[in-house]
Structures are given as structure tokens and as C-alpha cells.
Design a protein around this ligand. Structure first.
Ligand SMILES: O=P(O)(O)OC[C@H]1O[C@H](OP(=O)(O)OP(=O)(O)O)[C@H](O)[C@@H]1O
Ligand SMILES: O=c1cc[nH]c(=O)[nH]1
Ligand SMILES: [Mg+2]
Length: 217
């Protein structure tokens, strides 16, 4: 079971060997787009298994072929998976395999090359009533895209209590920014890397996740 990081009480680094092995292949610059896409999906599914551990449970009376049974089921809350476009789409695929009944929202943000600040270009979300929102984006670098995406959800009536954030690789700078703005949101990552470079890319990181996922440059 995931335990909070010693420096960040809301950060959970999922250090399962399968996740770490797959991430190392993704980091390698010689890994192809095809492999990168497949591995991102597989890691998201494995991370989703841990993240969904906190979903509230209840029981429901069913009848097995043998007897009446109070069967454990996920309580009322419905789930929405919300990728931050573009790169988040690669993680959403894995989560949807795990939770096929989840609704899906989309938040389009790109990071301006000069300012390094996110620019919003698309938002479409499901009804927030009684729903848990899982925001997904492989890279948490400066943390401004993640914070902006949470702000978008807040404006549409989703409280921080109903938001989880899932990233592949985070920089400490980004975790600090996101948790300063939204201290109660649990953040799940596969790795907490060293720092950001002068272009606000994560070191050692894996480069530009969107470009590697979609084969663009
Ligand atoms: O934490 P930040 O400093 O805000 O950076 C992280 C953001 O940068 C990347 O997206 P990008 O802007 O490259 O868009 P893309 O997914 O379309 O490539 C990444 O997928 C995050 O959304
Ligand atoms: O390292 C980084 C930082 C921002 N966006 C990326 O895709 N990679
Ligand atoms: Mg990109």
C-alpha cells in the first residue's frame, strides 16, 4: 500500500517494480513511440489500481447460487477520468481499461514556450454531481498546468475533496506549487525526479511526453 512521501504529505510515489521497470524503458531516448504509448497505458493501469484503493466501499445484498450475501461494492460515487491534453490521453487509456464505466472529461492546456505558463484551449466535463475526478497528466513539472486544471474543475463545481491527481514523473518544484494551491488533493506519481532544468523540463525526466507519445516535434 502506498505511503505518503516524507517531504510531501499528499504525495504518493508508487514504487512497484513493474511500474519502475516500465518507466525506465520510457525514459530511454531510444524507446519508440509505439513502445512509449503502450508502456504509458500499462503504467497508468497499474497506478490506477493503487489510486482506486481509496474509493469508498459499501455492501449490496446479492444472491449467489448458494445463499444471500452482503457483497462488497464501490459506494455511490461515480468516477470521471480527465486527461490534460495532449499527453494525459495516454494515461487515460489505461485507467479506462480499469474503470470502463468511468465518464471522461477533457482539459486542453499547452505550456507556452516563452512564459512556461499553461494556456487553456478546451474544456469539456461530465456532470460533477457525486463524482470523483481523476486528473491525469504524465508530467508535473512547474505544476502550473496541474494547478490550472484543478482550478478549471473547481470553477465547474468540483471540490478538492473529490479530486485525485495522477502523473508519471514529478519535479519537487511542481509538487510544491500544486500542494500549495490545493493542499488536500492526493497526488500519485511513479517517480519524484531531481529538479527542473533552465527550460523547465524535468531532470532526468523523459523529455517532452506529448511529442514522444504522438510522434510530433
Ligand atoms: O507542470 P508544467 O510546467 O505546467 O508542465 C507540464 C505540462 O507540460 C506538458 O504538456 P505540454 O504543454 O507540452 O502540452 P502537450 O501535452 O500538448 O504536449 C505536460 O503534459 C503537462 O501538461
Ligand atoms: O519534462 C517535461 C516538462 C514539461 N512537459 C514535458 O512533456 N516534459
Ligand atoms: Mg508537450
Amino acid at each position: 500500500m502506498a505511503t505518503p512521501h516524507k517531504d510531501f504529505p499528499n504525495l504518493f510515489v508508487l514504487d512497484h517494480p513493474l511500474i519502475q521497470h516500465k518507466l525506465s524503458i520510457m525514459r530511454d531516448k531510444t524507446t519508440s513511440t509505439t513502445q512509449f504509448r503502450q508502456l504509458l497505458k500499462e503504467i497508468a493501469l497499474l497506478m490506477g489500481y493503487e489510486l482506486t484503493r481509496s474509493l469508498p466501499m459499501t455492501t449490496k445484498e446479492i444472491e449467489t447460487p448458494i445463499t444471500i450475501f452482503q457483497a462488497p461494492t464501490i459506494a455511490g460515487k461515480k468516477v470521471a477520468v480527465v486527461p490534460i491534453l495532449r499527453a494525459g490521453l495516454g494515461m487515460a487509456d489505461g485507467l479506462l481499461d480499469l474503470i470502463p464505466a468511468a465518464r471522461m472529461g477533457h482539459i486542453g492546456l499547452y505550456r507556452d514556450h516563452e512564459t512556461k505558463r499553461p494556456v487553456e484551449y478546451f474544456v469539456k466535463l461530465p456532470d460533477p454531481e457525486g463524482r470523483i475526478f481523476i486528473l491525469v497528466d504524465p508530467m508535473l513539472a512547474t505544476g502550473h498546468s496541474a494547478s490550472a486544471a484543478v482550478d478549471v474543475l473547481n470553477k465547474r463545481g468540483v471540490s478538492d475533496d473529490n479530486i485525485r491527481f495522477m502523473a508519471l514523473v514529478a519535479a519537487p518544484e511542481g509538487v510544491r506549487v500544486l500542494s500549495a494551491a490545493h493542499p488536500t488533493i492526493p497526488v500519485y506519481v511513479a517517480a519524484l525526479d531531481s529538479h527542473l532544468n533552465e527550460n523547465a523540463y524535468i531532470v532526468p525526466g523523459l523529455g517532452d511526453a506529448g511529442d514522444r507519445l504522438f510522434g510530433t516535434k
